[in-house]
Design a protein around this ligand. Structure first.
Ligand SMILES: [Zn+2]
Length: 324
């Protein structure tokens, strides 16, 4: 049972799969998919919309990012669907197997995320820099149309993701990140509903485009490991973390990213940037263990970025089209 809803349009066309709740503590995607179902008029739809708002039921029910077996669904998708043993595996592996079948059968995929309870993420749309020029071109069009301020093309070598399954099946796929925290921000929900409608319009599946982004920055980085949101700035020790910079800030090397303190008789630990770029992830849950991700800084190479200005630091989590 994955709580899926299929909306069939009046006219024939492709199938777009929209996933939410791959991580169980990310709430804007779930509500956005619910609202998207209410917004879409089948009379104006060409093709089919397959909506799965809570892809990872056991994680959602336990208020956790991952499943009760300790696995992260977004790292568990089978790398070779045909040869996978996941159908006889743990609960998360079985969910990954079922979803992989859905992904391989669709024509386009959008996978919606947030930073979850522990992180907040600058609004971005990402895709893998896959080898097929046609698939890559479609992914770029989908990402631009989605309308968030940052577009991030990353390594095609990332495995275990919904996007890995789509890559192996030759299906264009994007994912999105917007904010985070334990609540459900209506601005994020709106950004996601509008983003999905805009992509449907771009794919000629739906009549009207709703919003046009004012400014987008595109970064494409094919290096191995690019696209890992959790690989930068691990906490050097446990304690209480407080970020010092707002999301969307352009960071210079050496800048203070945040502080950790633990004992009265020990000095406060400063976490400083080792490189420069755009701050796209902040840890917002103050309690940290050693190794927890604290921040991600995205190198912005002006040669590889296009379509406009750097994002504005002010109010990073306002909906697209309202950036000041
Ligand atoms: Zn996620």
């Amino acid at each position: 049972m994955d709580r899926s809803l299929r909306i069939t349009g009046k006219r024939p066309g492709p199938e777009l799969l929209v996933l939410g709740g791959v991580h169980g503590d990310e709430y804007e995607p779930i509500q956005a998919i619910r609202q998207l179902a209410d917004r879409v008029d089948p009379a104006k739809l060409s093709g089919q919309l397959l909506l799965i708002p809570i892809a990872n039921g056991p994680a959602f029910e336990s208020h956790q990012r991952g499943g009760p077996d300790g696995l992260d669904l977004a790292r568990t998708f089978p790398c070779s669907h045909a040869a996978s043993q996941h159908a006889r595996g743990t609960v998360t592996q079985r969910i990954a197997e079922r979803l992989a079948t859905r992904i391989a059968a669709c024509d386009f995929l959008i996978d919606l995320h947030t930073g979850g309870r522990a992180m907040t993420i600058w609004p971005l749309t990402g895709y893998m820099l896959c080898k097929s020029p046609d698939v890559l071109d479609t992914q770029r069009r989908m990402a631009r149309a989605f309308g968030l301020p940052l577009i991030w093309g990353t390594s095609p070598q990332l495995e275990g993701r919904s996007l890995s399954v789509a890559r192996d099946a030759g299906k264009p796929a994007i994912y999105a990140e917007w904010g985070g925290g334990s609540g459900c921000d209506p601005a994020g929900v709106t950004a996601y509903v509008e983003g999905c409608l805009n992509v449907m319009s771009e794919l000629n599946m739906y009549a009207a485009r709703t919003l046009v982004a004012t400014s987008q920055t595109m970064v494409e980085d094919p290096r191995d490991g690019s696209g890992h949101l959790q690989s930068n700035y691990p906490a050097p020790h446990a304690g209480f973390y407080q970020p010092a910079q707002p999301l969307g800030q352009i960071i210079q090397p050496g800048a203070l990213l945040g502080t950790i303190w633990f004992n009265w008789d020990e000095p406060v630990t400063e976490v400083r940037a080792t490189g420069g770029g755009l701050l796209i992830l902040n840890r917002t849950l103050p309690a940290v263990r050693a190794g927890d991700a604290l921040a991600t800084i995205l190198e912005i190479d002006q040669a590889s970025s296009s379509s406009g200005d750097a994002p504005t630091p002010a109010d990073p989590l306002s909906p697209p089209g309202t950036q000041s």
